[in-house]
Design a protein around this ligand. Structure first.
Ligand SMILES: [Zn+2]
Length: 426
């Protein structure tokens, strides 16, 4: 499948293949039009005419006096706030003029890696003095400017997306804005055009046998896409098969689906969801679609387990074992381990794997969600060498099989996992 690139024909074929297996095992369809495949339509917006910043009597145009480095919509506006040194926050929706900062990267929106709050959180627009060389300026001005991607069917959350537009001004324009009074209305306007793309999920379920408990859902997931082909890859192999990342997780979920479908029907409902566009999707990944436009209500999900990169053993944990990201954040992992899952604590917390897989989309919505993995930091990660020949099938078989009865137990029990204090991510 040419590496199952996000949003590609091959991703769609992979989803369709999984759907055909789900059908063969008599899972019930949860996709579009009575099938198992769920197509998420994506609109990729970009600037189609140079944006203009209006501030006081000044008008500054992208490519001339200004460079737009991040665009969040057709129009953003707000009152000017000239950020003074030592100020740690600004009112939501403000247009922030950054001080003539010492050299270094501009402060990012949101929280820094260390968790320190950035003063521009919640700002509509951040204006800085340009630091580009003339060559960099020309190159940047010639590039298309993305205004982000969104799902055609998903309404942005009330209050808008928490994202901040960014522009850099040349010296004269910067001075003109700096001379304006605090609170002056400033706006950035752009013309946008959209191109369409899709990503595909394959989703099926086994409805629970108990009339009450069947309204509670246990969701097993993995991502079915990978990074496709790279013509400039070293060596003759240009296809990145992603045997470990994440064909291994995908077949683990498929094997569990097949085994669970063949056995006695558990009381709770089991959902099997293979997501598209984990690799290239960002905010428009298949898992985001699944939580933003859920076919199962979020609050009815008892737990979600994501399976990611378990084709090779991790020497940091016992043989034929898997580790669970964010193990200590809830009581799910310890309970599954008590039921026989070869599941231990994530031995590599410094890698922040809890927030680097599709599980985080669920966890941020409050669902107890973790990723099951044994990724050993091998150097074939996102390389052409992530091949099926390097899969340790004995490890995979034992480790994944150890999850079967614990998952069945979870689907049959009244145990509802809970977050540990401070366990739920923000
Ligand atoms: Zn990957």
């Amino acid at each position: 499948m040419n590496g199952r690139a996000s949003n590609s024909r091959d991703e769609w074929i992979a989803a369709t293949y999984i759907a055909s297996q789900f059908q063969m095992w008599n899972l019930e369809p949860m996709g579009d039009n009575g099938g198992y495949v769920q197509a998420a339509e994506i609109l990729r917006e970009q600037m189609s005419a140079p944006a203009v910043l209006s501030a006081g009597t000044g008008q500054f145009t992208h490519g001339k006096e200004m460079l737009v480095t991040a665009l969040t919509g057709a129009k953003v506006s707000g009152p000017l706030v000239k950020l003074a040194p030592g100020v740690t926050s600004v009112p939501a929706g403000s247009v922030v003029l950054m001080p003539e900062a010492p050299a270094g990267p501009p402060a990012a929106a949101g929280r820094g890696r260390g968790g320190a709050p950035q003063p521009t959180v919640g700002a509509a627009l951040v204006i800085s003095l340009a630091t580009q060389t003339p060559e960099q300026w020309t190159t940047a001005a010639a590039k298309p400017v993305s205004a982000g991607s969104r799902f055609a069917k998903v309404t942005p959350p009330a209050g808008g997306l928490v994202r901040t537009a960014r522009v850099a001004l040349n010296r004269d324009a910067y001075n003109a804005v700096a001379a304006l009074a605090e609170g002056t209305a400033v706006s950035l306007q752009a013309e946008l055009s959209a191109t369409k793309a899709f990503t595909w999920n394959a989703v099926g379920r086994l409805t629970g046998s108990d009339p009450t408990a069947r309204e509670q859902f246990v969701v097993l997931g993995a991502h079915l896409d990978h990074i496709g082909m790279r013509e400039n890859a070293p060596g003759p192999d240009k296809i990145f098969n992603g045997a470990d990342d994440d064909a291994s997780g995908t077949v683990a979920v498929m094997a569990l689906a097949q085994a669970l479908a063949a056995g006695p029907r558990p009381k709770r409902t089991l959902v099997f969801a293979l997501f598209g566009s984990e690799e290239g999707g960002g905010t428009v990944s298949g898992s985001s679609y699944f939580v933003e436009l859920p076919v199962v209500a979020i609050e009815k999900m008892v737990a979600q387990l994501q399976f990611e990169m378990l084709a090779r053993p991790d020497p940091m944990v016992p043989a034929r074992s898997l580790w669970l990201t964010g193990y200590e954040r809830s009581n799910l992992g310890s309970q599954l381990a008590k039921q026989g899952a070869r599941l231990v604590q994530d031995p590599r917390p410094d890698q922040s794997f809890f927030t680097r897989s599709d599980n985080i989309k669920f966890a941020r919505k409050g669902v107890i969600s973790h990723t099951v993995s044994s990724f050993n930091l091998h150097t074939d990660y996102h390389q052409a060498g992530d091949e099926v020949s390097k899969v340790d099938f004995a490890h995979m078989l034992d480790a994944v099989r150890s999850m079967l009865e614990p998952v069945r137990w979870l689907a049959n029990s009244t145990f509802t996992p809970v977050w540990a204090p401070e366990g739920r991510p923000r």
